[in-house]
Design a binder for this molecule. Structure first.
Ligand code: DC
Length: 224
């Protein structure tokens, strides 16, 4: 039987992950945050001192991934060959370099296979940058989440200040906009609104309200 995949794309701190997690919980679907795959690969590349110019070793690192993503106590954990990498994914060097790795065409060919396998195994809510456009273009329910840059920076700042008291609002603003710019202007699979996606601006909505809005669209489509 074909599985149902609900795609959610959007820029950094658009709320994709909290919304994806809750929506999946309400529907009894698995939740996959594809940013974790790029971050896990980027972490291993940095840990193995692979130069960011060394495309061959970067692609081979992605090819060697044996990932498992599991829901645990209200959040996701990612394992590679049984090793839990979750706590490494948001190290600043990973966040700073992940966009470079994610822009490589051959890396995206490998991750496409990983993402399709995950989505074809169970009913899934999947978040990312190109899920509704490249990975599951025929998905019945596609969403594009966004919020104003100011709100997104505030959300990100609130998360980061907990782990790094030296961080400033201006630093977060600059790095977030730079990453968005890289993700939106890259040649391969840039961040864009997928064809047929419902756009939700959640600048003034909390996680619950955003999910309610999405569920309304999903219900409507079921009765068309
Ligand atoms: O959502 P995130 O910040 O954890 O994603 C990390 C990086 O991975 C982000 O800079 C863009 C990239 N990414 C991507 O290119 N395609 C995806 N489907 C998910 C993430």
């Amino acid at each position: 039987m074909e599985t149902d995949v609900i795609t959610i794309d959007g820029p950094t701190s658009s709320g994709k992950n909290s919304v994806g997690f809750l929506l999946a919980k309400k529907l009894g679907y698995q939740y996959i945050d594809t940013g974790m795959i790029y971050r896990a690969g980027a972490y291993l590349i940095l840990q193995n001192n692979i130069s960011l110019d060394n495309k061959e070793d970067i692609v081979n690192t992605f090819k060697s991934l044996r990932l498992e993503i599991k829901s645990d106590n209200g959040s996701l954990r990612i394992y590679n060959n049984g090793r839990d990498l979750t706590d490494k994914l948001h190290l600043s060097e990973v966040t700073e370099n992940v966009s470079i790795v994610a822009a490589i065409k051959e890396v995206r060919e490998v991750t496409k296979v990983i993402q399709r396998k995950l989505g074809e195994s169970k009913n899934t809510v999947m978040t990312g940058r190109d899920i509704g456009s490249e990975i599951f273009p025929n998905a019945k329910h596609k969403f594009f989440l966004t919020a104003s840059a100011e709100i997104r920076v505030k959300r990100r700042f609130k998360q980061l200040i907990k782990v790094d008291p030296a961080i400033t609002y201006e630093m977060v603003y600059k790095s977030m906009l730079e990453r968005d710019e890289k993700d939106s202007t890259r040649e391969v699979s840039p961040l864009r609104i997928p064809k047929g996606a419902v756009v939700i601006d959640n600048s003034n909505l909390n996680v619950e309200q955003t999910v309610e809005e999405m569920l309304k669209h999903i219900q409507q489509k079921l009765f068309i």
